[in-house]
Design a binder for this molecule. Sequence first.
Ligand SMILES: [Zn+2]
Length: 229
Amino acid sequence: MTSKRQVLRADVQEGIQNRLVQGNWRPGSRLSIDGLARELEVSPTPVREALVALERSGLIEYQALKGFVVAPPLTPEQIDELIDARGLLEGAAFTRAFAHWDALVEDLRRAHAEHSAIADRIAAADEPDYALIHEYFDADATFHEAFFQHAGNHYLASMREVLNTHGHRMRQTWSEGPEQIDSAEAIGEHAEILARVSEHNHDGALDALRRHLEGVRVRSTRLAGGAEQ
Ligand SMILES: [Zn+2]
C-alpha cells in the first residue's frame, strides 16, 4: 500500500540523500529536523522518518544530545570491506545470471551504452552538473544490477540492496566534482566485462569484473586519502 504519506517521505528522503552525496554538508554537521522541514516545505514528520531511514544507510548518525549528524566518509578500511563483500556477492550473482546469457548480454549492452553516453556528457560539460553525476552513478549501478536481475535469487538481490545503501557513502568520496569521477577507467572496465560476456566467456568476464572492482577499490581509497601513491 503506497499512501500519499509514503510518497512524500520517499521524496523527502531522496532530497536529503542527494544533498548528502553532493557533500553539501560537512561531516559532523547537525541536521535540524525543523530546519530541513522549512527548507523542503514539508512538516517535520516526513523529515524525521526520512532521517531514521537514512541512518540505516550509514550516511547519517544519531548522536545523543546532538541528534542526527552527517557521518564521516568511509575510511579506506571500510571501503576495502565493502568492495570485498561486493565482489563475493556480484561474482555469485554473475555466475547464476550467466545461465540466462541472452537476456543478460542484452541488458548489459543497453546499460553500458547509457553509462557511456552519460560519461560523454559529463566530459563535455564545463561546470559540475550534480544531477548528471547522480545519473552517472545510477547508470553504473544499473550495469551491475543486471547480474542480480538474471540471477533468479531474491535473497541475493536483497543482500545487494543492503550493500547498495552503504555504497551511497562511497559517493561522498567523489563529491569534489566531475574531474574526480573515474569515468574513463570505469567505462573501459565495464567494456571489458561486456566483451567477455559477449564472447560467452564466463571465466574471462568474472576476471574482468574482479579487476573492475579492484580498480574501484584503488581509486576510491586514493580519494579517501589512504593510498600510498
Ligand atoms: Zn561499475
